[in-house]
Write a protein that binds this ligand. Structure first.
Ligand code: GAR
Length: 220
């Protein structure tokens, strides 16, 4: 088992990044953060990386004429840093094949909903507005769709009658931190496998010795 060489893409507060940095620091995750890239300047995620001594830079999507040229700049920076696996940790841009082909099935994302329900922006508000009773989060491989790639693991979070969007998001976030670091540990242990299917069906994920389901909270 080799140390995971991680690149982490962020856009905001970076609490998922922090969970990874903490798991590495307390040795529950055998990984190195080779590079953190934010597409937005001045975000807390960059401060978190710097505080932990992880290399960090800002690559603004606004400096590029189109998505593929932005993605090419990201790929070049990540490759130069020796990155092998890429984590989207609150990264709010859709990646094109220019990026995904450079790291085939080596890009994972954490999303604050039980996919395939509520892809895209503000999934927690979507879940609350719909009236679901069980919300949660998903860690999945990234493909060229929006939150459509093969699901690795999910954690369930009960919705309360008096929930607000922010209260629900905060409880989901706690589970995101656990789920993301757990999946990275499974990957570092080489236990996560993509199982291709014949006849055009979706590829699925198998995890050696795990179901990939986390029942985080007792539904009230
Ligand atoms: C997290 O809830 C993450 O799941 C979500 O943004 C938040 C980032 O928090 N990502 C998406 O919605 C992507 N579709 P963080 O910056 O504190 O990790």
């Amino acid at each position: 088992m080799a140390t995971l060489e991680l690149g982490i893409l962020v856009s905001g507060s970076g609490t998922n990044l922090q969970a990874i940095l903490d798991a590495i620091a307390d040795r529950s995750l055998d990984a190195r953060v080779r590079l953190v890239i934010s597409n937005r300047a001045g975000v807390q995620a960059i401060e978190r990386a710097t505080r932990a001594g992880a290399p960090a830079s800002v690559v603004s999507h606004k400096s590029f004429p189109d998505r593929p040229s932005f993605d090419r700049a990201l790929v070049d920076a990540l490759r130069a840093a020796g990155v092998q696996w890429v984590v989207l940790a609150g990264f709010m841009r859709v990646l094109t094949p220019t990026f995904l082909d450079a790291f085939p099935m080596r890009v994972i994302n954490v999303h604050p909903a039980l996919l395939p329900a509520f892809p895209g922006v503000d999934a927690q508000a979507q879940a609350l507005a719909y009236g679901v009773r069980v919300a949660g989060c998903t860690v999945h491989f990234v493909d060229s769709g929006t939150d459509t790639g093969p699901i690795i693991a999910q954690a369930a979070v009960g919705v309360r009658d008096d929930d607000t969007r922010d209260a629900l998001a905060a409880r989901i976030l706690v589970q995101e931190h656990k789920l993301l670091t757990t999946v990275l540990r499974w990957i570092s242990e080489d236990r996560v496998h993509l199982v291709p299917s014949g006849d055009g069906a979706r590829a699925r994920v198998r995890i050696d010795g795990e179901s990939g389901a986390l029942f985080a909270e007792q539904v009230p």
